[in-house]
Each structure stands twice: as structure tokens, then as C-alpha cells.
Design a protein around this ligand. Structure first.
Ligand code: ATP
Ligand code: LTN
Length: 336
């Protein structure tokens, strides 16, 4: 953010500390976060701990997972000196702006969010208002930093659209205040599917752990899970409709190796699914290896992690306050 003179575009994204991220989170979102953090953009990345309260985690789990998720971001290779990496609840402006934006959001538009509908069906015992206003807090996360691009997986697209709608409404009512953000969705990793049911997205809350690969799974577990992935009876590695399991594995292999679908089809021409699965497993193991080593090292240095989180929150807060003050002033809240 220091190089404003260069007018670099601003990138912001966040992830909830609700468990160890999966290969889906990695290929759909986190890998892009890392690539975007390498100089071309000014990047802000947050651990969305406030969002995760909507599913009421055990306090001790939340505390542990928040630091773990912070370490995961640094272990990806995101440099906390060159980027702003922070924990959402440490920057109070997020909750503050969220209130102003709530008053610019229609009940009906929030009620249309598919994630709200899905989550309230899945957890009928705890349909809290936070689950309903979740996208408004997410809009605050994004709009506070005058964000240009938001790297996310396909499933978050609707939340980005509502963030734009809220920003546009605020700008129309009170005058230009917020930049309208664009989603940044990778082509291939945008929707990694469950290994056991390739009609569903790979999800860390899947009750069947065989359906997902956790970024911290041991190498032999990764191999086992990929070997037992659901495929089809054609025994031909090709990308085609009706071959969801193979398409999914081809997507994963392509993301990890950079090979195109054509190249993959040629590579496995005349070979069976066994050979293909071994190659996919090896590519995933190699892709995650440096990350896992670095994660274990960082978790042994909690003092460093907390120091980075503190610096990140200070830097984020400076930029957040500029936008919040502007928004408060425009709405007519009395200024001292
Ligand atoms: P849960 O499955 O527990 O609801 P999640 O795995 O979707 O959670 P989030 O924290 O909601 O995890 O998502 C973090 C990021 O990962 C988001 O940008 C989301 O779009 C992306 N993402 C999640 N699952 C996938 C997937 N299967 N494929 C691609 N991207 C994904
Ligand atoms: N809802 C997002 C997490 C999230 C987010 C954000 C993503 C919270 N705030 C701001 C992008 C920008 C999810 O991935 N489930």
C-alpha cells in the first residue's frame, strides 16, 4: 500500500478460520492470492474471524484456528512486509462500516443469497441474524479498502455482486464514496469438486473426509484419497460431459502442473485411470510440500506470527479509517 504513487490496483480477500483449508480453497482462491501478492498489486488478506462466529465455533477452537489460518497465509509465501495480512476483528472499522451498509441494504436482496438459504437449511438449529447479514460484513471488508479485485472461488460471486449493489446504492444516495470491486475468479480451479461426489464442491465441512484433501494432509493420505476418487467406467482420460470425476482430476492436475487439458489427454493416451491417479496424486503432493514444511516452521514461532498480525492490523486500520471517516461524514453523522 506504500506505493500509491505507482497506482497499483488493490486486491483484497478473506477466508474464515473454520478448519484447515482444502485443495479446493487452495486452487480456487489461495493460490491466486499468493500469485497476486508478488508485486503487481497492493494486496490485503484477512482471516475473517468475525464471519466465522455465524457458525458458533468453540471459543478455544476459534482462537487456535485463527492463528493457524494466519500461519497458513504466510506459509503460502505471502510476504507480510510487502502485503497487509491481518485478522478481521483487529480492525474495528469492519464492524463499524458494516452497520452503515446494513442501512443501505434491502431485506429482500439479502434474503436472496443462496449461501444464506443453504446454510440455514443445513443448520436449522442456529439460523442467526449474523448468517443473514454475513454478506454485508463481507461488503464492508471489501469496500473499506477501495478494492479493485477480489480473488474468490465461484461460490462467492453472488456475495461480490451484492457488495457492488450496496456500494452503488450508497454512492447514489450520499455521493461517490466507494470503488466498485470486480471478482477475480481463476479459470480452472474455480470449482474443485468432491472426490467422492463430483456433483458437489469440495468442502472442508463435508462429513466424509475422503471427499476432500486438506492442505495439511500427510502425503500418504493424499495418495489414498486420490486413488479412491470416484471416476467412470470408460477408462479413458479425456475431458467431456458426464465425466465429472475425471474432469475434476484433470482440473486439479492442470492447476498443479500448468498443463492444458489437451496435453493431459495426450500424456495419458492409452493409459488407464490407475496411472493417471498416481500422476495426479504426485503432482498434488509436490504442490503442497513446501507449504507444509513452512507451516510447521511458522507454528513453532508464535511470537513472530502475533507480531506480524499486529503490524498487519495497524496498517489495515490506517487505510480502513480513511474510508470509514469519509462514509460517516457523507451520511451526516455529526463530526467532532
Ligand atoms: P465450507 O465448505 O466450510 O462452507 P469453504 O470450504 O467454502 O467453507 P470458505 O472459507 O467459505 O471455505 O472459502 C474460502 C475461499 O475458497 C472462497 O473464496 C471460496 O470461494 C473458495 N472455495 C471454497 N471451496 C472451493 C472449491 N471447492 N473450489 C474452488 N474454490 C473454493
Ligand atoms: N465469505 C468469504 C470469506 C470472506 C471474504 C471477505 C472473501 C469474508 N470477507 C471479503 C472475499 C472478500 C468466503 O470465502 N466464504
Amino acid at each position: 500500500m506504500e506505493n500509491t504513487a505507482e497506482k497499483k490496483k488493490i486486491v483484497l480477500s478473506a477466508i474464515q478460520p473454520t478448519g484447515t483449508p482444502t485443495l479446493g480453497n487452495y486452487l480456487g482462491a489461495l493460490k491466486n492470492w499468493k500469485d497476486m501478492s508478488e508485486g503487481e498489486y497492493n494486496c490485503l488478506y484477512a482471516v475473517a474471524d468475525l464471519h466465522s462466529l455465524t457458525v458458533r465455533p468453540e471459543p478455544a477452537d476459534l482462537r487456535r484456528r485463527t492463528l493457524e489460518m494466519y500461519a497458513i497465509l504466510l506459509a503460502l509465501g505471502i510476504d507480510p512486509e510487502k502485503n497487509i495480512v491481518f485478522i478481521q476483528s483487529h480492525v474495528p472499522q469492519h464492524a463499524q462500516l458494516s452497520w452503515l451498509l446494513s442501512c443501505c441494504t434491502q431485506f429482500g436482496e439479502a434474503a436472496r443469497m443462496t449461501q444464506f438459504k443453504d446454510k440455514s437449511e443445513k443448520h436449522p438449529e442456529n439460523v442467526n441474524v449474523g448468517l443473514f447479514t454475513y454478506p454485508i460484513l463481507m461488503a464492508a471488508d471489501i469496500l473499506l479498502y477501495q478494492t479493485d479485485f477480489v480473488p474468490i472461488g465461484e461460490d462467492q460471486k453472488q456475495h461480490l455482486e451484492i457488495a457492488r449493489d450496496i456500494a452503488e446504492r450508497f454512492n447514489t444516495v450520499y455521493g461517490n464514496t466507494f470503488k466498485l470491486p470486480e471478482p477475480f475468479i481463476g479459470k480452472i480451479g474455480a470449482r474443485v469438486k468432491s472426490l467422492q461426489d463430483p456433483s458437489q464442491k469440495m468442502s472442508k465441512s463435508d462429513p466424509n473426509p475422503k471427499g476432500y484433501i486438506s492442505m495439511l494432509d500427510d502425503d500418504n493420505i493424499i495418495v489414498k484419497k486420490i486413488k479412491s476418487a470416484v471416476t467412470d467406467s470408460e477408462a479413458k482420460v479425456r475431458y467431456a460431459e458426464g465425466k465429472d470425476g475425471i474432469n475434476n482430476l484433470m482440473g486439479i492436475y492442470s492447476c498443479c502442473t500448468g498443463k492444458t487439458y489437451d496435453e493431459i489427454e495426450k500424456e495419458f493416451d492409452g493409459k488407464g485411470y490407475g496411472d493417471f491417479k498416481s500422476a495426479v496424486a504426485e503432482a498434488v503432493v509436490e504442490e503442497l510440500r513446501p507449504f507444509k514444511t513452512e507451516f510447521n516452521r511458522l507454528m513453532g514461532d508464535k511470537a513472530y506470527l502475533t507480531e506480524c498480525a499486529k503490524n498487519g492490523a495497524e496498517k489495515a486500520s490506517y487505510f480502513a479509517q480513511r474510508t470509514l471517516s469519509k462514509a460517516m461524514k457523507k451520511t451526516g453523522l455529526f463530526q467532532l
